[in-house]
Design a binder for this molecule. Structure first.
Ligand code: AHM
Ligand code: MG
Length: 317
């Protein structure tokens, strides 16, 4: 019998406490995958006409995926609040506001791929509240560095739907099996290959990059001889980097001086997974997991990859 998400309860780290939450992510993933498959028939593609807190156009599917994710987190009974890319404020789950955990999420990452039937994803991490359980959770509860994260993962909506997660005991990948209607363990104990793979970056921004990244990338290319792949959906680009090796980066540039990706629900979860998979994650000269968050929607430059590739890119870090 294949292992299913129940397996998480038997893992070390925070397995037992995290299993119901990750099962909730799994239910949300199944619903979002179905939503994506049928979107064109329901008129659910395209812009919603509203902007999110970052001033970006929200797609209809961003809003629908956010609602599905929130509802499944509520249904676990273990989550007191959710911080989402699609919501300016922290969403408190009033029926369970005394629960122990908060989730940070980008419900539908890479949504610019939607119009071209490209891969998209969901990214999440779980932290334990700092405030007392009889208080209403507040944004300060979310402002914890990656060292405090107790579980993180992503869902990739590609040809198959995959849930890749860690509860602090390695990284496992589960693939949704439509025949059994379950996520089944397909990629146990994922480790990033030490050598080889691809570099992945939006090189069109190279002339605007800060921190000497243009020269650094040229050096890395010479030193490693890596080929290049870029989907423009972080989950797809990171999934390939984890499986094939290499490096994914989104540097700071003169337009986006803190980079584009968000610390709490993009950089930290991916940094947590990369560390658990034996790779390296930096934000400038600091480990991504050591960056102390200051606000819910803060952005940071990121470089994720194998130790070989990151050392070639940032030899002085
Ligand atoms: P989003 O959260 O609004 O979808 O933006 C994040 C996405 C990432 O998935 C991806 O790595 C990045 O934006 C790509 O940005 P660019 O188009 O500038 O290369
Ligand atoms: Mg995103």
């Amino acid at each position: 019998m294949p292992l299913t998400l129940n397996h998480i309860a038997r893992q070390g780290g925070h397995g037992a406490a995290m299993m119901p939450i990750i099962q909730g992510v799994g239910r949300a993933a199944i619903e979002i995958a179905a939503l994506l498959r049928g979107a064109v028939f329901r008129g659910a593609l395209g812009e919603a006409g509203a902007k999110n807190v970052q001033g970006e156009q929200q797609q209809k599917l961003d809003i629908l995926s956010d609602a599905i994710f929130l509802e499944e987190m509520r249904a676990t009974g273990h989550i007191c609040a959710v911080g989402s890319e699609e919501q300016e404020a922290l969403l408190v789950i009033s029926e369970y506001e005394d629960a122990d955990y908060l989730v940070l999420v980008d419900p539908l990452d890479g949504s610019s791929n939607l119009d071209v039937d490209g891969p998209v994803g969901t990214i999440f991490s779980v932290v334990k509240r700092k405030s007392a359980n009889d208080n209403t959770p507040v944004v300060d509860d979310t402002l914890q560095s990656g060292r405090e994260v107790i579980a993180a993962g992503y869902v990739l909506y590609g040809p198959a739907t995959m849930l890749v997660c860690s509860v602090g005991d390695g990284v496992d990948g589960y693939t949704y099996n439509p025949t059994t209607a379950r996520f089944e363990l397909s990629h146990g104990n994922m480790k990033i290959p030490a050598t080889g793979g691809y570099y992945s970056v939006n090189e069109a921004n190279a002339d605007k990059w800060l921190d000497g990244m243009g020269d650094r990338l040229q050096n890395m290319k010479k030193e490693t001889g890596l080929g290049m792949r870029y989907v423009g959906a972080m989950v797809a680009d990171m999934h390939r980097t984890l499986l094939k090796g290499g490096v994914f980066l989104y540097p700071a540039d003169s337009k986006n001086t803190n980079g584009k990706l968000r610390l709490l629900y993009e950089a930290i979860p991916m940094g947590f997974l990369m560390e658990q998979a034996g790779g390296k994650s930096l934000s400038k000269d600091q480990h991504v997991l050591d960056v102390q968050p200051e606000s819910l929607h803060q952005r940071v430059p990121v470089y994720f990859g194998s130790k070989e590739a990151i050392n070639a890119l940032l030899p002085d870090a």
